[in-house]
Design a protein. Structure first.
Length: 127
């Protein structure tokens, strides 16, 4: 019968704990937030900086085709990838109908591997 080296057991435990922490660290980054800003067509925005009312027709066409959507936060200039909450899909659908418009979106902010996203839960058109 082999004896277990306690040093290896402790090392394995520390490695396992570190891995679990790194996998769960993304869940600590979740918080509910309301963001006011412009709904972006991320394909045009990221490749050419296109935004604003002059880009509305193109942006809406891109979003209608299923290209990625985002929101440009008025308060701090950060861009968030908009993500559909499968339990509240209508809220996401409502958000992407406002290309190049300023709206208010509430949802969970999730940061994962350098990408900042907003899981859309509620949408209010500014007015």
């Amino acid at each position: 019968m082999k004896t277990i080296n306690m040093r290896n057991v402790k090392l394995s435990g520390f490695l396992l704990a570190g891995m679990l922490f790194s996998f769960s660290a993304d869940s600590f980054a979740q918080s509910t937030k309301t963001i006011k800003g412009e709904v972006l067509d991320l394909s045009c925005y990221m490749t050419g900086g296109a935004s604003g009312k002059g880009h509305k027709g193109c942006a809406q066409g891109c979003l209608d085709k299923g290209l990625p959507a985002g929101i440009l936060n008025k308060a701090d200039g950060k861009v968030y990838l908009l993500v559909e909450d499968h339990k509240k899909a209508d809220a996401y659908k409502k958000a992407i109908q406002h290309a190049a418009e300023n709206i208010e979106i509430t949802g969970k902010v999730i940061s994962k591997n350098g990408v900042q996203s907003l899981v859309v839960e509620e949408v209010k058109a500014e007015g």
